[in-house]
Design a protein around this ligand. Structure first.
Ligand code: PAF
Length: 312
């Protein structure tokens, strides 16, 4: 476990390649551990970072109460045995205040109209900034992210392309509890009653997915959104922030109908008491998914972003 940029750079020189990187904010759960296991199975070395990044939290968000438990996280990673090194910097190490305050940020322009960006002003600027810094410090060959934060995945894919980071982005499918709730460090905030209601979030997405895949082959955005909302609204304690149907490659909202062969991301954010939960499913034609998995249709797979999503 190292805490400074200097130590991390020295350690990086010792690691055998390819080097994978799993950035986290700690409070690790099995979703993180499975990302690390995926990373270890496909690479020689795995670096994980644990850093609760202040610049991606807005005023009034949960930066102060976000769980910080480095010793427990390190013990979990040690037991799982997938990680070669952990980078756990302080805020001052990442955002020095002396001699002059840290003043450079990475500003994503493209995803500004995405509903998650609108709901959390400044959030993706903070994510893009810290992930750029971490990429520069760790210099991985490949970085692993979970599909639960789908817009974050898109953002990183776009950033890597636009700013020419020599890093491949790997997206692993969302890990879920047995009742379907997407694993998240924020689930720890839920009371027992809230925890009982929380699986409704995924059930609402499954309802829309059933309409998309079922005999009616629903492609109208309004109908897919209503199918989701209908399930969410059965639980009055859930307050819906948004339900988004966005193009899988651009992250932009789809206005009316899904184009048959291009994929869509159905994602949502709800509040359950004081906790904000997000989740998503990818809606795309099965035939296309399967042919991509088999490595067919290479022409279409030329688009990196689509190819990465097709790996899900
Ligand atoms: O997904 C997260 O935990 C964070 O947004 C990340 C990528 C570690 C950046 O702080």
């Amino acid at each position: 476990v190292v805490h400074t940029v200097k130590e991390m750079r020295a350690l990086r020189k010792e690691l055998g390649g390819p080097v994978a990187f799993v950035p986290t904010m700690g409070a690790l759960h099995s979703g993180h551990l499975s990302l690390m296991a995926d990373a270890a199975s496909e690479n020689t070395s795995v670096v994980a970072s644990v850093f609760v990044n202040p610049t991606q939290f807005g005023p009034g968000e949960d930066f102060n109460r976000y769980p910080r438990q480095l010793d427990r996280d390190v013990a979990l990673m040690r037991d799982a045995g997938s990680v070669s090194a952990v980078f756990a910097p302080s805020v001052e190490e990442m955002y020095p205040s002396k001699p002059a305050p840290h003043a450079f940020f990475v500003e994503p322009q493209g995803l500004r109209s995405n509903l998650e960006s609108i709901a959390r002003p400044g959030h993706f600027r903070g994510v893009a900034t810290v992930v750029s810094k971490l990429f520069n410090i760790v210099q991985p060959d490949v970085a692993y992210f979970g599909q639960k934060d789908a817009i974050q995945c898109l953002l990183i894919q776009h950033m890597v392309r636009d700013l020419n980071f020599p890093v491949r982005v790997h997206i692993s499918p969302t890990k879920r509890e047995a009742d379907g709730l997407a694993m998240s460090s924020r689930n720890a905030y839920l009371s027992a009653d809230e925890r009982r209601v929380a699986p409704t979030v995924y059930r609402s997405l499954q309802a829309a997915e059933a309409a998309f895949r079922g005999p009616q082959r629903e492609r109208r955005v309004a109908a897919l959104r209503s199918a989701t909302l209908e399930v969410l609204e059965r639980e009055p304690v859930l307050s819906v922030e948004y339900v988004s149907v966005a193009d899988l490659a651009t992250g932009l909202e789809v206005a009316t109908d899904l184009v048959p062969e291009s994929g869509a991301l159905l994602s949502l954010a709800v509040r359950l008491g004081k906790t904000r939960l997000i989740d998503n499913v990818v809606l795309r034609e099965r035939e296309r998914e399967q042919s991509k998995r088999k490595g067919e249709g290479d022409g279409a797979a030329a688009d990196d972003v689509m190819w990465l999503w097709a790996m899900l």
